[in-house]
Design a protein around this ligand. Structure first.
Ligand SMILES: NC(=O)c1ccc[n+]([C@@H]2O[C@H](COP(=O)([O-])OP(=O)(O)OC[C@H]3O[C@@H](n4cnc5c(N)ncnc54)[C@H](OP(=O)(O)O)[C@@H]3O)[C@@H](O)[C@H]2O)c1
Length: 327
């Protein structure tokens, strides 16, 4: 395994493995036995960065979520997992009632929600402190200063380590960080967005979040990351939910002429290196000029093994140039 630092402040920054593991479907779609086996193997391989949310996976049973955090709590207790593993969670997108969704009925980002939801996450995860807490989606109904102060209060109390944001428009992240900096408060340092080798169209309406923002890290995010070296991009759905091996899963916004061109180069590099297409995608992200941490989901130990091996796959500068140049 290899490691990198998230966060800039020497007081709060953490070392994490370069490959993060998503626990979104653990405890719902993925049964406990398999989830524990995947978590154990990830840690055995040196993995130290696990991702969940207070709303995972509400859509699988029409509830409000929490199964993933609860499973991680049981796993931590049964394995005696401590500070060495960074578990990130999120709040803001939990549906307020069963049968609803973050689209029409999210908990949002008021100071009250931030405090109460974080407490409930700590309880489910069985931990005194959340290592990294993200705003899962944006909330335009609450003054942004209230959200910034609400998160900062938890850091000041020591119940949260690092802060992050997900799925918000880049200008909103920058505004929140500016508000925090001006007030001498901690701000978002880890940004979690969808990112993979294939690039989506950005004008497909059904893929917008409720506030109209895009969950995809595109050119604007890349420019932001270049300007702010203290930030890290955690790339969710790096394997496009399995679509590289099962093309029928490719979402509609990837249906454009750039996709076959990039897929052709990807297959070429996979043939040359003897790696799988999924491994080439992950290696491309891992060796990227921008600080990208791929956040993979898996439903078996075999998938995890394949993905872990990508950490040791080095692409040559010429191979990277070919991958970057395909469009
Ligand atoms: N911030 C957000 O809004 C947000 C949104 C989505 C996800 N996330 C986070 O990101 C994590 C990963 O997201 P994701 O599950 O969408 O990511 P992903 O890694 O793109 O997709 C995971 C799925 O891809 C397939 N897969 C993985 N490795 C494979 C392999 N080696 N060979 C063949 N198929 C493979 C599996 O599908 P099968 O199980 O069907 O085989 C697996 O469930 C989540 O767990 C969650 O923590 C965050």
């Amino acid at each position: 395994m290899k490691y990198r630092t998230i966060g800039a402040d020497p007081q709060t920054r953490r070392e994490v493995s370069v490959l993060a593991l998503g626990a979104m479907l653990f405890g719902s779609v993925t049964d406990e036995r398999t989830s524990f086996a995947v978590l154990d193997r990830y840690v055995e391989a040196g993995g130290t960065f696990i991702d969940t949310s207070d709303n995972y996976a509400f859509w699988t049973d029409g509830g409000q979520g929490g199964q993933s955090e609860e499973l991680l709590g049981r796993w931590r207790r049964s394995r005696g997992v401590g500070d060495e593993i960074v578990v990130a969670t999120k709040l803001g997108a939990r549906p307020l009632a069963p049968g609803t969704s973050y689209v029409d009925n999210p908990e949002g980002l008021s100071a009250k929600v931030i405090r109460e939801a974080a407490d409930r996450s700590r309880e489910r995860l069985g931990t005194e402190r959340l290592d990294l807490l993200y705003a899962h989606i944006d909330d335009h109904t609450v003054p942004q200063r209230e959200t910034v102060e609400g998160f900062a209060a938890l850091v000041a109390e020591g119940t949260v380590g690092l802060l992050g944001a997900s799925n918000q428009a880049v200008w909103r992240v920058e505004r929140a960080r500016a508000l925090a900096a001006a007030a001498g408060l901690p701000g978002y340092e880890v940004l979690q967005y969808a990112h993979s080798y294939l690039r989506p169209r950005t004008d497909v309406p059904e893929d917008l979040f409720p506030d109209g923002s895009l969950g995809h890290a595109g050119a604007e995010m890349a420019s932001y990351l270049r300007a702010e070296p203290a930030l890290t991009l955690v790339a969710y759905s790096p394997l496009l939910k399995g679509a590289y091996t099962r093309p029928d899963r490719l979402p509609r916004d990837f249906d454009h002429p750039g996709t076959p061109a990039r897929l052709a180069v990807l297959r070429e590099i996979a043939d040359e290196t003897g790696a799988t297409v999924n491994q080439v995608v992950l290696a491309w992200q891992l060796g990227h000029e921008l600080p990208i941490v791929p956040l993979v989901g898996v439903s078996s130990v075999a998938q995890l093994e394949e993905n872990l091996a990508a950490v040791d796959l080095e692409l040559s500068a010429e191979q990277r140039a070919r991958l970057d140049g395909a469009h």
